[in-house]
Unconditional design. Structure first.
Length: 410
């Protein structure tokens, strides 16, 4: 009985979602969760509904609920249910600035499905879009060929694959090929709904703004005006404003702050360059994990580059470090503290000298291995906190501090 009732809530909520009735979908899905208990199907639809409604806070909370329920369900879910949930998690991890987790979710979804499963199509399309969006061109070629074949052979998956191909081609091969693909499909009329068409056009505009391609941006804007196409959500409206060259006021920046972290970062990155926006970008990226920061720095190396070294202040009395109005305590990690403070006056320290500082006698293989592990752990903790690729590097000859991380005592 519970399964039948849950399916009823699921199908009703999904229908409202497809119709664009987001508040109605939210109400039905929340009622379903209350009546039937947590389930990945209902929660997946709810995440979509809150995201599309623009309620970023409830979107974040519902994504956390979905992630928790997916972990709790474990092997109880069918293979296809696992894969579908992983695709949803991957898409929205990206929006939350968890890009590395998004890649992991897509990889796990592909590994979960048996060879030949039709759902593989959707996963491959999402992975292609993700790879192309974050500058992983070397990994795209095989997926691109697969998606080209899928787009012709599986009409039921066409829109998902079409969107992925459009993003990949615009980023990798330039505007002309992607634009011809979109015009060909838009000319047929029946393949693209208004929401799909608006999303595809905004994605093309985002790429063109990223490349500072004003000439082709005007071509897209003219076509949008001729076809009387209206943006479907707040992010699309902001991209359209930027493409039209409208002024970025405090009101715009306030609206951007209400979007998802990745949507806000994309806007900040395609907007005209300014020192204020650069500071906002760097501050926003600090909230992302170090794996995601590495991916983002590969995508936007100049935009996320630091103008100056990172100054880290060491307070001996409290065993804390401070940087950019943030802090980290190492009071409970005396070995980590001793390792870090050894670099306040130098950039390199011999492993044997550091062992002596730690009151270790001799430099046996066991002690050196223990030191190596401690340095690696400390580096992992510091690089994640400070938002840099690395802080300390261990080799047999010397342990080296990143020259861009300056240490000074308070």
């Amino acid at each position: 009985m519970t399964t039948t009732l849950r399916k009823h809530f699921h199908s009703t909520g999904a229908a409202s979602l497809r119709a664009g009735a987001y508040q109605s979908a939210i109400q039905v899905l929340e009622e379903g969760l209350l009546a039937c208990g947590p389930h990945v199907g209902l929660l997946s639809e709810l995440v979509h509904a809150y995201y599309l409604s623009g309620d970023c806070d409830r979107f974040r909370l519902s994504l956390e609920r979905l992630e928790s329920e997916f972990k709790a369900a474990g092997g109880k879910l069918s293979v296809r249910s696992q894969a579908r949930t992983l695709v949803t998690l991957g898409k929205f991890f990206e929006e939350q600035g968890r890009v590395a987790d998004a890649f992991s979710a897509m990889d796990s979804a592909l590994a979960t499905l048996p060879p030949g499963d039709a759902l593989t199509t959707l996963v491959q399309a999402q992975r292609l879009r993700l790879l192309a969006s974050f500058g992983r061109e070397a990994d795209v070629a095989a997926l691109y060929q697969i998606c080209l074949q899928i787009s012709e052979s599986k009409p039921d998956a066409y829109i998902e694959v079409f969107h992925a191909l459009l993003v990949a081609e615009c980023r990798l091969f330039g505007f002309a090929l992607a634009w011809q693909r979109l015009l060909a499909v838009a000319g047929r009329g029946e393949d693209l709904q208004a929401a799909d068409l608006s999303l595809c056009l905004v994605d093309i505009l985002e790429v063109l703004l990223d490349k500072r391609d004003t000439e082709n941006t005007q071509i897209v804007l003219s076509w949008i005006d001729q076809q009387k196409i209206s943006p479907q959500d707040d992010y699309e409206k902001e991209i359209l404003r930027l493409a039209r060259g409208l002024e970025i006021t405090e009101a715009e920046l306030l609206r951007w702050s209400r979007l998802t972290p990745m949507a806000r970062l994309r806007l900040l990155s395609v907007a005209p360059e300014s020192a204020d926006l650069q500071r906002q970008r760097l501050f926003l990226v600090q909230a992302f994990d170090h794996r995601t920061r590495k991916l983002l720095e590969g995508k936007w190396p100049s935009l996320l580059a630091r103008d100056q070294d990172l100054l880290v202040i060491i307070k001996e009395d409290t065993k804390e470090i401070f940087w950019q109005s943030q802090s980290l305590s190492l009071r409970k990690s005396p070995h980590s503290w001793a390792i870090l403070t050894a670099f306040t006056g130098c950039q390199e320290v011999r492993p044997g000298d550091l062992l002596a500082r730690l009151a270790k006698h001799g430099d046996s293989e066991q002690e050196l291995e223990s030191l190596r592990i401690n340095v690696i752990r400390l580096n992992r903790k510091l690089s994640a906190a400070l938002g840099v690729a690395w802080v300390l590097r261990y080799s047999k000859a010397a342990i080296t501090r990143n020259p861009q991380v300056r240490l000074t005592s308070a």
